[in-house]
Design a protein around this ligand. Structure first.
Ligand code: MSP
Length: 518
């Protein structure tokens, strides 16, 4: 990367009406893998996640639990959201809450700027509203009076509100997406946005007057800012939007903005690909470089959700499979951008064949053989040209795929290399070679090549599975090469890094056998 601009990636900020489920974790893990990968490319990285705390949905939940909304949010953030991200090894650089002053003040300043520039006017909103989506709906968005996403009846609103002239940005947005294919991905998402923009785009009500859980409209404090208008701004307020360029916030903004990727689920694509860039265009702030919409995790063929009682908490899965397998599974099994069904059977099958057998066993066999045949010391450096050149290709494919958010393609490339290394060990039969002392040199070469391949696998899989790869790193005696997180993607295929004579150590099994009865 030429400038000192950080690679800036965001997740949606999650509603704190409930605890995280695996749909939320899916996005946050994907973002974590991508940012860890970019860090290992040697880039400066900024990874933001957070919580969306205003609006009717959160207010209603707090009220039905008989607590004030702020108390509700504080409790959920501290006792559910942050701990789950910690448990899943999410290495976010910042966590924004929309009730924080750094956010609310910058939102008000931004809105005032739009008002002063003539993008806001007073109007009346009449129509359906889905509290689940926190969205003003059009009649076509409904199915027998119910929101198509939440299958719940909508509210009929009739309010005097403030409006944003969204319609004025229809053509500029259309031109933008037509000439920047990378700005909205995957292709299906881009097509959806283009066809939406080719239809009628109405101005957007950006305030609510019937409840007060929100950021007050600065010039009309009887109204609070519409929760999506408030929430979308988090991506920019968290890094200093609108601050004096000479201040800390201003410098942070210059270093991070525009965001490189906003990761979103496909249900919230339009907010991000239409409303958000229009808000920024109106304020003369550069638009994000890419919106990437991933698919849904389905349970029983439907979007998994707490409100439909199909919600699964990450802990339900990690208690049996561990955190690393959880992180690996969803990105490996489902093409990023498509929907995918979750099933315990598929998860268990992949855990056993891909992680425990292909990867975990390779590591434990190698360590056991080095202990047995080489006194626990890495033998002298050797180079199998086929493995070494396959590794070069693997790194290139994995890097291209992951940078394009094709996690499945990237992980496939790495796991194919793992399979090849298994094939190498099977063909070379080190346990047979070991029986003949005159073939000691050959044995050492086989073991070095295998160990060196495992070094590369540990580094390449580290963004996906930080915990087991760290264990493997220690076990291979690779700590002298530095922390695993500091190993660079562009150097991983330099063959011969493991030092001869470093000591390997047996560790716990990387992927323990699953209990029979679940
Ligand atoms: N608060 C808004 C986002 C504001 S961003 C400025 C919101 N929150 S949410 O908690 O309802 O959902 C957050 C994300 O979780 C969305 O991207 C949504 O797609 C994702 N998921 C919720 N259920 C999901 C699945 N079943 N599968 C995959 N992702 C899902 O929307």
């Amino acid at each position: 990367m030429a400038s000192d601009k950080s690679f800036y990636l965001t997740t949606p900020i999650y509603y704190v009406n409930d605890a995280p489920h695996i749909g939320h974790a899916y996005t946050t893990v994907a973002g974590d893998v991508l940012t860890r990968w970019h860090r290992q490319r040697g880039e400066s990285v900024w990874y933001l996640t957070g919580t969306d705390e205003h609006g009717q949905k959160v207010l209603n939940t707090a009220q039905s639990n008989n607590v004030l909304p702020q108390q509700w949010c504080d409790k959920l953030v501290e006792s559910s959201w942050k701990p789950v991200w910690k448990d899943l090894n999410i290495a976010n650089d910042d966590f924004i809450r929309t009730t924080e002053k750094r956010h609310t003040e910058r939102v008000q300043k931004f809105l005032q700027g739009l008002k002063d520039a003539g993008h806001i006017y007073a109007g009346k909103f009449e129509g359906p509203y889905c509290i689940g989506c926190e969205e003003f709906k059009l009649p076509g968005d409904l199915d027998e009076g119910k929101c198509k996403i939440h299958s719940k009846p909508v509210e009929m609103l009739s309010e005097d509100n403030w409006f944003f002239k969204l319609s004025a940005f229809r053509q500029p947005l259309l031109d933008y997406y037509k000439s920047n294919p990378g700005a909205c991905q995957p292709e299906s998402a881009r097509n959806e946005v283009i066809s939406f923009l080719e239809g009628e785009v109405r101005d957007l009500s950006i305030s609510r007057s019937t409840f007060d859980w929100g950021i007050p409209v600065p010039w009309d404090t009887d109204q609070v800012i519409y929760v999506w208008f408030d929430a979308l701004l988090n991506y920019a307020t968290a890094v200093g939007l609108g601050d004096d360029p000479a201040s800390e916030g201003g410098k942070k903004f210059a270093k991070t903005w525009p965001a490189d990727v906003h990761l979103v689920g496909k249900d919230i694509l339009r907010f991000h690909a239409v409303i958000w860039p229009a808000m920024l265009m109106a304020a003369n702030v550069p638009v994000p470089k890419k919106i990437f919409a991933h698919g849904w995790l389905l349970v029983g063929g439907e979007k998994m959700s707490k409100s439909k009682l199909t919600g699964i908490a990450p802990g339900d899965i990690t208690k049996d499979f561990g955190v690393d397998a959880f992180r690996y599974y969803f990105l490996k099994a489902i093409p990023f951008g498509s929907d995918g069904s979750f099933s315990w059977e598929d998860m268990a099958a992949r855990y056993t064949s891909e992680l425990a057998n292909d990867f975990g066993n390779l590591a434990s066999r190698l360590i056991a053989m080095i202990e047995k045949y080489c006194d626990g010391k890495i033998p002298k450096v050797a180079k199998d040209n086929d493995l070494a050149s396959l590794l070069v290709k693997t790194v290139k494919s994995a890097d291209d795929a992951i940078c394009a958010l094709d996690f499945q393609g990237g992980i496939n490339a790495i796991m194919d290399f793992c399979k090849r290394v298994n094939g190498y060990v099977t063909e070379k039969e080190p346990w047979v070679v070991a029986k003949d002392p005159s073939r000691k040199n050959e044995l050492d070469e086989i073991l070095y090549n295998t160990a060196e391949s495992l070094r590369a696998l540990a580094v390449l899989l580290h963004p996906v599975m930080p915990e087991v790869t760290e264990k493997l790193w220690q076990s291979l005696g690779a700590a002298s090469l530095g922390d695993i997180g500091n190993q660079r993607v562009d150097q991983v295929s330099n063959w011969g890094q493991l030092l001869a004579q470093s000591t390997v150590t047996k560790t716990d099994v990387l992927f323990p056998r699953l209990e029979e009865a679940k």
